[in-house]
Design a protein around this ligand. Structure first.
Ligand code: ZN
Length: 471
């Protein structure tokens, strides 16, 4: 039995691992590489997986770096089942259709430019139409119920607390002849403790081998409480001063998290009512999805329901779908909080809001997520005096606030605590394979696990890890 890593090996995107036994082949995630040009080019190179010989695809969660290349797999002829929790199945539809549309319009724009230069056109990675065959193969599974996914392999999804529907996956590979049965756990992306709405990550019990993410293997996040204190103060001050707050945020996950926290602030009752605008059709779809899956929410959210509150439907909230309504906020006066994608200000409606308000002293921009080098969001964080937005130079007179504690990922201590649950009563460890992390954080987490006595591997892209030497 072996596991081969085709992505997220020494990097954080492109998750895709193949588990092969003597009887079956199962793929865990089929994600998109994201980041620079090189990463984008790698998306067009299919991993050497024969779709006809693949028995099943198992998905941990619906982030695009975990599901973004499923359309390439179906285009290559894959017709087998794609298993995921039901929230992940629905969210995969939202995410892939959005990605297909973006790629089509990006390709159109690039091709107009290329035509003028006398260059041949380029094709999008996949089109919106190519998403539908993927969605037809999705098979929803329940959390915490083992089911057979291929000959001799059963799988169980447990809560990962990262985004709605996210899961760790435990594979149970049955005994074959003299070989004992084996349990392999894929952590998927793990959430931090106290992620609003979501339950805490629940490690599956028992493993011979654990594939563990290592995104923040070298550091802990700033505590959420102090981040929330600072966020609350900014909202308090700006609402009373009748100033506007712009928050660039991912449409799925982060936008819902922010609205949840704003609800906590609103329910204190110390502020006059103010508009909270979430300006994104995709975020609106995600809000509806979160509400449909409210049964997955944690105890804090349940307590709010019991007190007659809706954790995601707070006074003042408006979910904006149409672009006409969105444009009305170009002239907004008085207190308002506007949340819009993209999270790193690299596209989307946040650009329009920044263009119209960034040059005003009574605007506040609250940065709540990671900003990659080179992104507009990063320029703001780094204190740029002026920035280019859609061809215009815009002076930065707004106050920029950077809040560090809103991560959807477990920090180092939380990763180690999660790993610790696999320690056996006799003190021995399963083997660990670390993926989904840049080399430095991954090496730091590996060192910490080795210090505790575990054996740890750090595969590069394309490397295989053999589980039973006898095979
Ligand atoms: Zn993720």
């Amino acid at each position: 039995m072996r596991i081969q890593f085709f992505g997220a090996a020494g990097e954080v995107t492109g998750s895709c691992s193949l588990v092969e036994t003597g009887q079956a082949r199962v793929l865990i995630d089929m994600g998109m590489h994201q980041g620079d040009r090189d990463a984008w080019r790698r998306n067009f190179e299919m991993p050497p997986i024969d779709p006809a010989r693949l028995d099943a695809v198992l998905v941990t969660h619906a982030h695009i770096d975990h599901v973004g290349r499923l359309p390439l797999l179906t285009r290559a002829g894959y017709r087998g089942p794609i298993y995921a929790t039901s929230a992940t199945c629905e969210l995969t539809g939202i995410m892939l259709r959005d990605a297909g549309s973006i790629q089509e319009s990006d390709a159109d724009r690039a091709n107009a430019r290329r035509a003028r230069m006398g260059l041949p056109p380029v094709a999008p990675l996949f089109t919106r139409d190519e998403v539908e065959p993927v969605l037809a193969l999705l098979r929803p599974v329940d959390y915490d119920h083992a089911r057979e996914v291929a000959r001799g392999i059963s799988a169980r999804w447990t809560e990962a607390g990262h985004i709605i529907g996210s899961a760790s996956i435990q594979l149970h590979v049955g005994a074959m002849g003299p070989r004992p049965d084996r349990r392999i756990v894929f952590s998927g992306d793990l959430g931090p403790r106290h992620m609003p709405l979501l339950r805490e990550p629940e490690p599956p019990h028992g493993a011979d081998l654990v594939v563990l993410e290592s995104t923040y293997g070298d550091r802990d996040h700033r505590p959420l409480e102090s981040t929330l204190d600072e966020f609350g103060q900014i909202i308090h001050d700006t609402v009373w001063a009748r100033q506007r707050v712009l928050i660039p945020a991912f449409a799925v996950g982060r936008s819902q998290q922010l609205v949840y926290h704003l609800g906590t602030i609103v329910r204190r009752g110390t502020l006059p009512r103010f508009p909270i605008i979430v300006d994104s059709p995709m975020a609106a779809e995600a809000f509806a999805l979160y509400k449909r899956h409210a049964a997955l929410f944690d105890g804090d959210a349940e307590a709010l329901f019991d007190q007659g509150h809706q954790p995601l439907a707070i006074p003042g909230l408006e979910l904006v779908r149409g672009s006409e309504r969105s444009r009305e906020f170009n002239r907004i006066e008085g207190a308002a909080v506007i949340i819009a994608a993209s999270g790193m200000c690299t596209g989307g409606r946040i650009l329009h809001h920044l263009r119209h308000h960034l040059w005003k002293r009574d605007t506040h921009v609250v940065i709540v997520g990671f900003q990659a080098a080179g992104s507009l969001g990063r320029q703001l964080v780094d204190g740029a005096q002026a920035v280019r937005i859609m061809g215009d130079t815009v002076a930065v007179r707004a106050k920029i606030h950077t809040l560090g504690g809103f991560s959807a990922h477990a920090g180092r201590t939380e990763l180690l605590d999660w790993a610790n649950t696999f320690r056996r009563p006799d003190g021995s460890w399963p083997r660990f394979v670390l993926n989904h992390g840049e080399p430095a954080p991954r090496a730091a987490l590996a060192a910490a696990l080795r210090d505790r006595g575990a054996s740890v591997q750090e595969p590069e892209r394309g490397d295989a890890v053999v589980i039973d030497e006898r095979e």
